[in-house]
Design a protein around this ligand. Structure first.
Ligand code: PLP
Length: 373
């Protein structure tokens, strides 16, 4: 029997050595390796320009998990209170909530995997004790509108922090703190890294202070803080990544379009609204028509050598570390967990590989009357 060629679920590719060289040479010349050095400041300024902010609107950070923790502290989330967040997220969101001294309270999402102001409104009534923070999550990189959440924060008086970790391309700036990851697996990656942004420079300055031992122009610690700085080497990768961003995005978009074209004739299979068109991310998730499809579809894909991933498992409320924390009714999350499948997706995925994935999907799904096929 011929074993099919394996198609991995992810295959990150950061800028190559040649693209990094000019930046690394600048580091060699300056002999400045961290502590908001020249490359880091240039990277922040270029990110700020991309998001229509002044340079003071961006603070780079060593990873988004820490960025979320510092953002929650900065936003004034009262320790000991509940933080409403979706169970349909990556564990980092929950760890950040706990590290900020809050108690996660898992709430349900809409059919796109997002919490909405209406769902939060209901959750605020159902929550078992005081809610001190709200954390919407751009779970597979969808845009989350800061203006909408700013209104929720204003009307409820509850601090809101946006976990836009997977959403570099879809992220938008607003007056709330948004946190974006630059992990190697993300669409713009530096290895480990991230940034926190807001149109309110005071909020960003406060995150910076907390990420730098509480230092601001002297060696006196002004506040409780940690070390969350991004190194100059990571900033070099980020700058090279921004140089190649248009080509990078276009390559992801072309691969996403191939998925779209293929899935168009697989009724019942769906992609998140706008994915690969209005916004790109490295997570390709396909929705199946019903839970009973999942196992046979997995068998079909694995038989064709296609790796898959349940990116968010069965929801964070099922993780041993988080099972003891409060949760509200989660019917949509439970259904998503049984119908959403992470498929291979990477910058240089060939059309042939995408067609192989989709053929395996098509082969199984056409058997399902519920798919309408
Ligand atoms: C929703 C979400 N939040 C937070 C994070 C954490 O990002 P980082 O790996 O930069 O700490 C991730 C990473 O994948 C994520 O998907």
């Amino acid at each position: 029997m011929i074993t099919p060629k394996k198609i991995p679920v992810a295959r990150p590719r950061l800028p190559p050595a040649g693209a990094l060289a000019p930046y690394i040479e600048r580091i060699d010349g300056a002999r400045w390796y961290s502590n908001f050095g020249p490359l880091c400041m240039e990277f922040e300024a270029r990110l700020a320009a991309r998001f229509g902010l002044s340079p003071a609107g961006i603070c780079t950070i060593s990873n988004a998990t820490l960025g979320l923790e510092l953002a929650l502290r900065t936003a004034g989330a009262k320790p000991g209170t509940l933080c409403l967040l979706p169970s349909w997220t990556f564990s980092a969101s929950v760890h950040a909530v706990l590290e900020a001294g809050l108690i996660p309270c898992f709430m349900d999402v809409d059919d796109q995997g997002l919490i909405t102001p209406d769902l939060v409104h209901e959750a605020l009534t159902a929550a078992p004790s005081e809610v001190g923070a709200i954390m919407p999550v751009a779970v597979c990189g969808q845009p989350i509108d800061p203006a909408v959440w700013s209104r929720v924060a204003q009307q409820s008086g509850i601090p809101v922090v946006l976990d836009a970790a997977p959403g570099f391309d879809g992220a938008r700036a607003g007056n709330l703190l948004s946190v974006v990851s630059l992990h190697a697996t993300k669409i713009l990656g530096v290895g480990e890294g991230g940034f926190v942004m807001s149109s309110d420079p005071d909020l960003v300055a406060s995150v910076r202070l907390k990420s730098n031992f509480g230092f601001q122009g002297s060696r006196e610690a002004l506040t409780q803080a940690t070390n969350g700085k991004l190194s100059e080497y990571a900033a070099a990768v980020g700058l090279a990544g921004l140089d190649e961003w248009p080509a990078r995005r276009a390559a992801f978009q072309a691969a996403a379009q191939r998925y779209r074209d293929n899935l168009a004739d697989i009724p019942g299979a769906w992609l998140p609204a706008g994915w690969g068109q209005d916004w790109c991310s490295t997570t390709c998730v396909v929705g199946l028509p019903e839970p009973a499809c999942l196992m046979p579809v997995l068998d079909s894909l694995h038989g064709a050598g296609v790796e898959t991933r349940a990116w968010w498992g069965r929801g964070m409320h099922t993780h041993r570390a988080f099972a003891g924390y409060p949760r509200l009714a989660l019917p949509v999350t439970e259904r998503l967990a049984e119908t959403i499948l992470g498929l291979p997706f990477y910058i240089d995925m060939t059309f042939e590989e995408i067609d192989t994935v989709c053929a395996a999907l098509r082969q199984e799904l056409r058997r399902w009357p519920e798919s309408g096929a």
